[in-house]
Design a binder for this molecule. Structure first.
Ligand code: GRF
Length: 218
């Protein structure tokens, strides 16, 4: 069975959706470990309840980024994953660890990449007056949030939106988006090829889910 390691820093709702998709058979894989860089990440409790192996690597206890990354790579490798999934993992990873997992490390980012890489995407969308926003799942490459996109969801930005309402609307699409993109990868229907995402079955799996003007997926 395909082995997944999920990296989190907090709530872990995307990780939970991935675990559930594996349990239901929607994704033909097992989450073999959940790793957090913050000791009290809420998602760790859920993973433990599910009897999934957990590991904590507190970045604050490492003298520099390189040593944190080295140790993280060793811990991830000890679980022999086929895929490494960043799911709300709030540490920037250096080039060596990213290249080590190149082509088998995915991330979910709350924006319509290449728009708004980095932090505070919802606030930036509101400040810019954009009328649409969304989320992207992409292959991780050394440049932050710049790897080839596998799939995206779009939501409408409503006139009375706040950061909270907008982030909740985006999050409501993320779980299905991540499991859908992951399924493509696990099934060999999406792969990183010459720094681009190569997808089979484009006719069956639209890269963008259409949304109604109320922001709900159609
Ligand atoms: C999500 O919005 C994800 O796109 C971003 O961080 C958030 C994580 O949420 N990278 P959760 O921890 O999966 O609930």
């Amino acid at each position: 069975m395909t082995r997944l390691v999920v990296l989190i820093s907090g709530r872990g709702s995307n990780m939970r959706a991935i675990v559930e998709a594996c349990q239901s058979g929607e994704v033909a894989a097992d989450v073999v470990a959940v790793i957090s860089n913050t000791p009290n990440a809420a998602g760790l409790d859920y993973a433990r309840e599910q009897n999934i192996a957990t590991a904590v690597l507190d970045h604050q206890t490492f003298p520099d980024r390189a040593r944190f990354d080295n140790q993280l790579q060793a811990v991830i490798d000890s679980f022999k994953p086929d895929w490494v999934l960043l799911a709300g993992f709030m540490r920037i990873l250096g080039r060596p660890i990213v290249e080590h997992f190149l082509g088998r490390m995915l991330n979910i980012h709350p924006s319509l990449l290449p728009l708004y890489p980095g932090l505070n995407t919802h606030a930036q969308v509101l400040a810019a007056g954009d009328t649409e926003h969304g989320a992207s799942v992409h292959f991780v490459t050394p440049e932050l949030d710049a790897g080839p996109v596998i799939a995206q969801t779009k939501v409408a930005v409503l006139p009375d939106d706040t950061e909270q309402t907008l982030s909740a609307r985006v999050l409501s699409t993320e779980h299905d988006l991540y499991t859908r993109a992951l399924r493509l990868c696990v099934n060999g229907d999406a792969q990183l090829n010459n720094a681009q995402c190569y997808r089979e079955k484009l006719e069956n799996e639209a890269p963008t889910i259409p949304v109604a003007s109320n922001g709900h997926q159609t």
